[in-house]
Design a protein around this ligand. Structure first.
Ligand code: SAM
Length: 222
């Protein structure tokens, strides 16, 4: 099976199952025009995030890694009236593009983007009384995934859904001594998830327009 086939099937599934959406298309176009890296989730993955948020009835969502706000829009659309999404982003330029994209999607009233290194802003959020969140999406720098897991657990409750993207890294995840700190971060993250008695978890490989990677999904049990 070639990458060409993965891409073609991804396009087929997305065209069939993911409704065309001007605000999402504009968010991607403006992110590209602003020179942001093209590393947002794929449309069918964004749809998965939205469905997960709706399935768990999320009213408070935390996202770590905003980029241009593409996944943010998907997740914020799942919120009921009065729901809130907080998204953490290191790059001020990314946050600026995201804010414009989110405003155009009509979601500015329910989304807050917090600029800074997430390992600095997460303790501030916690100190400010944020959480517990109903769904947490981890999608920032991979070497810090273990720290993001610790903070996610602190900001969760029994029933919180945790989702982490990019946990397969083109298959690198099975190499214990991988040279890339992002792969080592993901391995440490998965090891901690596995060892954490409060979590029930799984991970799925993903292929398609975003290459070969994977999602981890966990439920906080206690
Ligand atoms: N979730 C986005 C989407 O699917 O549309 C994609 C996020 S992109 C993969 C990762 C983002 O995390 C980038 O915008 C990057 O600037 C941000 N990031 C990297 N290091 C960070 C850190 N230490 N704290 C917060 N954000 C960080």
């Amino acid at each position: 099976m070639s990458e060409h086939t993965w891409d073609a099937v991804d396009d087929y599934l997305s065209e069939l199952l993911v409704p065309a959406d001007p605000a999402l298309a504009a968010a991607l176009a403006d992110s590209r025009a602003a020179g942001l890296p093209e590393i947002a989730v794929a449309p069918n993955q964004g749809r998965l995030l939205e469905l997960l948020a709706r399935m768990c009835g999320a009213r408070r969502i935390l996202e770590i890694g905003t980029l241009g706000g593409y996944s943010t829009i998907w997740l914020a659309r799942a919120l009921p009236d009065g729901g809130r999404l907080t998204s953490l982003e290191y790059e001020p330029r990314h946050a600026e593009v995201a804010r414009a994209n989110i405003a155009r999607a009509g979601l500015a009233d329910r989304v807050e983007i917090v600029v800074g290194a997430a390992l600095d802003t997460l303790p501030e959020l916690a100190a400010g009384g944020a959480g517990p969140f109903d769904l947490i999406f981890i999608d920032a720098d991979k070497d810090n995934y273990p720290g993001y897991l610790d903070w996610s657990l602190r900001l969760s409750r029994p029933g919180t859904v945790l989702v982490a993207d990019n946990v397969v890294r083109n298959g690198g995840v099975i190499e214990p001594d991988h040279a890339d700190p992002r792969v080592r971060g993901v391995r440490e993250f998965l090891a901690r998830v596995a060892a954490e008695p409060r979590l029930s978890a799984t991970a799925l490989q993903t292929v398609g327009t975003k290459g070969y990677d994977g999602f981890a999904i966990a439920l906080v049990e206690a």
